[in-house]
Ligand binder design. Structure first.
Ligand code: ACO
Ligand code: ZN
Length: 164
């Protein structure tokens, strides 16, 4: 029998300015791509509806942040679209493989479509990042391009996209 104190309550909600220091801690722990407080704060101010955190029993365990761009479709190069760009997503190691990133991305994609009118979502991911590539494939993203030496250490990125 599960003891009641082990029950986990998961909530996906919009991030607030008060969450930014913990989000920056999670970002540094999980990814080599780190950003300034100013950058996180400006994304939060500009696109608050798709800057989401996952809270497990009141503790922020992961985040996703997105930006809206106008540009050429990654899936059909002949059309110009409003694109949702997933800038960064991470879940603390002890909370992984429970569907948290899936929930963060599904909610972000729904809001990109319904509130920000994006027709497409895309992101970059290291070609060696199998967990993330699997996650995105499971959610219907396709690899549309390899960006050579995209990262500062020289690694290539896959650009992955799907329509909304
Ligand atoms: N190996 C293989 N497949 C995996 C793995 C893994 N380690 N982790 C997740 N997946 C795939 C699986 O298909 C999984 O489904 P399953 O558990 O039913 O098999 C599916 O992704 C969904 O997994 P979730 O539980 O929703 O993902 P999780 O909450 O564990 O978070 C994440 C995945 C965000 C990639 C996490 O591992 C992480 O924070 N990694 C470090 C940071 C990172 O790489 N972020 C992405 C960088 S790219 C960018 O930000 C745009
Ligand atoms: Zn990017």
């Amino acid at each position: 029998m599960e003891s009641p104190d082990r029950e986990q309550v998961l909530q996906i909600r919009e991030a607030s300015a008060a969450d930014l220091s913990r989000i920056m801690m999670i970002n540094r722990l999980c990814l080599p791509e780190n950003y300034t407080y100013f950058f996180f704060d400006s994304i939060l101010r500009s696109y608050p509806k798709t800057f989401l955190v996952a809270e497990v029993n009141g503790e922020v365990a992961g985040y996703v942040m997105c930006r809206i761009e106008h540009g050429l479709s990654k899936l059909n190069k002949l059309s110009v679209k409003k694109l949702g760009h997933v800038i960064s997503i991470a879940v603390l190691p002890e909370y992984r493989r429970r569907g948290i990133a899936t929930k963060l991305l599904n909610k972000a994609m729904r809001i990109l479509k319904e509130e920000y009118s994006c027709g497409e979502v895309y992101l970059e991911v290291r070609v060696s990042n199998n967990p993330a590539i699997h996650l995105y494939q499971k959610l219907g993203f396709k690899i549309v391009k390899v960006s050579k030496r995209y990262y500062v250490d020289g690694e290539d990125a896959y650009v992955m996209a799907r329509s909304l």
